[in-house]
Design a protein around this ligand. Structure first.
Ligand code: M6R
Length: 590
């Protein structure tokens, strides 16, 4: 939650740089924005509610070599200009932006009130510049004052602070991501790489418990606890600027859905030995646990079927936020597989801590190289989907499922068959995603867009895809969508079906197809408007969307038209699919 971006160096357009760059991080939060620039007359702050994408960058084209900016996803205090970051010290010489939560902010606030500070916002953040100011009053230089202030804060956060007189930029990280971009013309410090990728592809990762200080000419990494210096290596980023851009697509969500023509093949392009080693680790583990949140959790649920059907191997699946419950079952020989697009999800990081506390090994399946999850895990497999900017996760899901299906095949000693299947599936998806197919889905969306309730059923590995389809539709179109296992309907939910209620049945060509047709028929008998997403037409379907037959990769294929349907429902209902209300791309709070 929240995007942070700061710059210091030789450039004189620092204000424009941070505002422009932050437009690439808007997926992290978009209820309000703010910028602080060092100018000859002091620190100038502009902030407001609304999206930073609508801010005219030209207004920051004045000379400024030191600037920081923020897009907010509100946690403490409503969406108001006063609560937007940056927040200033009492004397106005320190500006701070912040991602995460200062959990003990109330106690600090009371203490600061007794020292004469007044608060203009309801945020937890406002205590940060005041605490730094107090440390400076005690005689500490700015970077040391930031370090000492941080020792007082509880919780997981990332802080970026600038100081007018010293011209220093200081960043600290305890749980929320921060990355340094090392440019020829200065230093860029951001929550994520797209903020600065057009300026530099050389990065240094700030680890948890570390801080950096820079005057624009050089940079020092330190341990927050001890203040001792740390050495950092530079890493070259392989993502291109274009991969993170919309191109000719109206929205990132549609672009990323269409990226699946290629991204599945990229996910499958794994080192055979690495996949076999993971399969071996699963085979010898005393219990394998798959965890993730939201869509990544649904990928894990689908993988449970892959491991069962393809490899006849039992794995445990749970939502990362519930993983603590499993700690009694963990042993040093257990294996935790965490799945996350961003690699920054707080509940996933906590699951890793739970496993590590028991001595268990952790494998991360992530999209973002160098992310916190990847750095905390013992091994990482990248899904290579390229940047995913829309809040709704699409190509990351199919990449995650592809990698786990590949592992299931490796577990069966048939890695080559798995690769072949997935590459064939990738070609089938390429054929499927043609303009006529999208138009056909748009026409179905037009028929159902005025309904406020929609039900999706699936059996076996299509059950998690029914749940996933419901998430997609809920988050971007705000239609009340629910996914069910086909057989569950008659245990309650079928009471909700009325004449004309849109219901979607997800089917493959497999051993449960007959049962699913029966379940769909039960809906039809109650008046449902039935949409079948299946390789074969059936007389009970009012609408049929053909999917190619992809064998064990069928759920990967089936979910794609559902992603397009969610997108179309959002657009046709006048919603912005890239920035759904109340959400942010990366959930870094528990
Ligand atoms: O970055 P992660 O994969 O860890 O994110 C997990 C969920 O927050 C994410 O999948 C979320 O459910 C998406 N908005 C769904 O489209």
């Amino acid at each position: 939650m929240c995007g942070i971006f700061g710059y210091t160096g030789k450039r004189s357009d620092g204000g424009s740089v941070v505002v422009d760059g932050l437009k690439n991080l808007e997926y992290r939060g978009y209820d309000s924005w703010g910028v602080a620039c060092k100018t000859p007359s002091g620190i100038s702050v502009s902030k407001d509610i609304g999206k930073i994408s609508s801010v005219d960058t030209k207004q920051f084209s004045y000379s400024c070599c030191l600037a920081l900016a923020h897009t907010r996803w509100a946690t403490h205090g409503g969406v108001t200009p006063e609560n937007a970051h940056p927040h200033l010290s009492k004397d106005g010489t320190i500006a701070v932006v912040h991602n995460g939560i200062v959990e003990n902010h109330e106690a600090l606030r009371l203490e600061l009130l007794t020292k004469g500070y007044t608060f203009v916002s309801q945020t937890d953040t406002e205590v940060i510049p005041y605490c730094i100011e107090e440390e400076m009053k005690a005689g500490h230089a700015f970077p040391e004052a930031v370090r000492r202030a941080c020792l007082r804060f509880h919780g997981r956060y990332a802080i970026l602070a600038m100081h007018e007189a010293s011209g220093m930029l200081v960043a600290t990280r305890t749980g929320s991501p921060l990355i340094v971009g090392v440019g020829e013309d200065g230093y860029y410090i951001a929550s994520d790489i797209p903020a600065f990728i057009e300026h530099t592809r050389t990065v240094q990762y700030i680890d948890d418990g570390e801080m950096v200080e820079t005057d624009g000419n050089s940079i020092q990494f330190r341990d927050i606890l001890t203040g001792t210096e740390r050495q950092k290596r530079e890493v070259r980023i392989t993502w291109t600027v274009e991969q993170g851009q919309k191109g000719d697509f109206p929205h990132f969500m549609l672009k990323e859905i269409m990226d699946q023509k290629e991204s599945i093949a990229r996910a499958v392009n794994q080192d055979d030995d690495a996949i076999r080693a993971v399969a071996e680790a699963i085979r010898s583990a005393k219990g394998t646990f798959l965890v993730g949140c939201g869509t990544a959790h649904k990928a894990c649920m689908a993988a449970e079927y892959f491991f069962s059907v393809v490899a006849e191997h039992h794995v445990n699946v749970c939502s990362a936020g519930e993983f603590k419950l499993y700690h009694h079952f963990l042993q040093p020989e257990s294996l935790l597989i965490v799945v996350s697009q961003s690699g920054e999800t707080a509940d996933v990081l906590e699951a890793i801590s739970v496993a590590k506390a028991k001595g268990a090994k952790v494998l991360a399946i992530v999209n973002v190289e160098g992310s916190s999850v990847s750095r905390a895990a013992d091994y990482t497999l990248l899904i290579n989907a390229g940047p995913e900017r829309a809040v709704a996760s699409t190509k990351a899901l199919t990449g995650q499922m592809s990698v786990m299906l590949l592992i299931a095949y490796a577990l069966k000693h048939a890695l080559h068959d798995g690769k072949t299947l997935l590459l064939e599936t990738s070609a089938l998806i390429n054929d499927m995603l043609n303009p006529r197919y999208v138009e056909r889905i748009a026409a179905i969306a037009a028929k159902i867009k005025s309904h406020e309730d929609l039900y999706i059923i699936g059996k076996s590995w299509h059950y998690p895809m029914a749940l996933e389809s419901a998430i997609k539709i809920q988050e971007v179109s705000y239609v009340h969508a629910e996914g069910f296992a086909g057989g569950e309907l008659k245990h309650g939910p079928i009471a909700l079906i009325e004449t004309g209620t849109p219901c979607i049945a997800l089917l493959g060509n497999d051993e449960v197809t007959g049962d699913m047709i029966n379940n769909a028929t039960e809906l039809k008998a109650r008046g449902a408007m039935l949409i079948g997403i299946a390789p074969e037409r059936n007389a009970i379907f009012d609408e049929w969307l053909k999917t190619p037959d992809a064998g064990a990769a069928q759920p990967i294929v089936t979910v794609i038209p559902m992603q397009i349907l969610a997108y179309e429902l959002a657009v046709q209902r006048g919603k912005d699919p890239d920035m759904p209300r109340n959400l942010a791309k990366s959930v870094t709070v528990k």
